[in-house]
Design a protein around this ligand. Sequence first.
Ligand SMILES: [Zn+2]
Length: 246
Amino acid sequence: MIGLPKFLAPKPKTNRSFFIELDGKNVEIFPKLNQRAKRLILRQNSMADGFKLTMPPRVSLAQAKRFCHQHASWMSGRLAAQGQLTCFAHGQFIPLRGQQYQLVFLDKLRGITEIHQNQIWVTGGADFAPRRLVNWLKQQAKTDIQIAINKYEPLLDVKHSRLTIRDTKSRWGSCSSSKALSFSWRLVMAPPDVLDYVVAHELAHILEMNHSAKFWQHVSAVCSHRAVSQKWLKLNGGQLHQIRVK
Ligand SMILES: [Zn+2]
């Protein structure tokens, strides 16, 4: 995908990646050769849709697969824990702009979604509140993203053509050759600087449709918190994707 920092890009489904069956579900394993690794290591990948497998030199794919099967119950445990992760339900806490807020679903059908101190009040009851909340979060994301666009466009001397807010699993933002920007609404849950950085990043792609040194110069020139935000996304981005709407 053009216009994506490496850590936001979809994991390449290389010839080497393979699936193993866990609890009736196919789970993808992404082997990665590491010359310095001493042993096989399994880790859940950042998008939590599979597992990374660090391979030391001279380990065959057959050995790697055997290793995965031996650790099937560990992987099942990880996936089960994920199923219990935050979802949009009454009483749950969700992050918004980096702060935790408790969800309060009210039975009133009509009304508005709003913040009351450290709570987010959503009407519509358990049936309609989650959908209403997502729509509200998308609107919040759009507002914050537009503010960042307004800030960075004059600084970079660029103009975008279109803005869309999506729920993309594989990336936080993208910029097409026609200067159309797209962002994940989940960015609004991250600390404000993170969303701000992703916007600067995608706008800089209007100048450079690659991740060359020149591209990073453009980003760094306008966004002083680039490195901190990149690190935050790398460490915590996956968790934002694990929050289930319903
Ligand atoms: Zn990029």
